[in-house]
Design a protein around this ligand. Structure first.
Ligand code: URA
Length: 209
């Protein structure tokens, strides 16, 4: 599928398998999500431009690469996005952060917004939207639309698991936004959960139910 990048690194797949197991503890789930976020962040930032600057090492002068351009924006879809965000910030601590509060109406599965805060100059930055589960894609589509309304025009979407139905809907709504994921799962069930999936990512991260 065009615009879908599956990060099939063995370490990602191994950690994901442990996260899928229903008996994995909250503490392990949270730690593994943070670790996988490091590996996914590495892939989603792989083609960032660098520029060369003059520095002095203890041994002598050299020209060395640094990231070029404005700081990135990581946009976390609350609340499960926070689990990926933590790991992303470990690798890019200077990134700006947007928060988008959306919950799924349990009847309609539509995304309902309750919070939005983003840097005002998102238009000049690469924005990476993070949410572990791309299921119906309602939240992802709404979050990206909100960022575009704020002027963002260079956006990537990063998730842990994606359902084919969600990928299709998201790509139709935002064909310019590539999706990075650790797995394309089989399908959605009648409750909008990804199958085989890992259950409710927020509940598993925070030990709620
Ligand atoms: N959100 C989740 O947390 N899990 C799913 O399977 C689908 C949406």
């Amino acid at each position: 599928m065009q615009n879908l990048i599956i990060v099939d690194h063995p370490l990602v797949q191994h950690k994901l398998t442990i996260m899928r197991c229903k008996d994995t503890s909250t503490a392990s789930f949270r730690r593994l999500l943070r670790e996988i976020a490091h590996l996914l962040c590495y892939e989603v930032t792989r083609d960032l431009e660098v520029e060369y600057i003059d520095i002095e090492t203890p041994v002598g002068p050299t020209r060395a690469p640094t990231l070029k351009g404005k700081k990135l924006v990581f946009a976390s879809i609350l609340r499960a996005g926070e689990g990926l965000l933590t790991g992303m910030l470990d690798l890019v601590p200077s990134a700006r952060v947007a928060h988008i509060g959306l919950y799924r109406d349990p009847e309609t599965l539509e995304a309902v917004e309750y919070y939005f805060k983003a840097p005002s100059d998102a238009a000049d930055r690469l924005v990476i939207v993070v949410d572990p589960m791309l299921a119906t894609a309602n939240s992802a589509i709404a979050a990206v639309q909100k960022l575009k309304d704020r002027g963002a025009n260079n956006i990537r979407f990063l998730c842990l698991l994606a359902a084919p139905e969600g990928v299709e809907r998201f790509a139709a709504a935002h064909p310019d936004v590539p999706i990075f994921t650790a797995s394309l799962d089989e399908k959605l069930n009648e409750h909008g959960y990804i199958v085989p999936g890992l259950g409710d990512a927020g509940d598993r991260m925070y030990g709620t139910r």
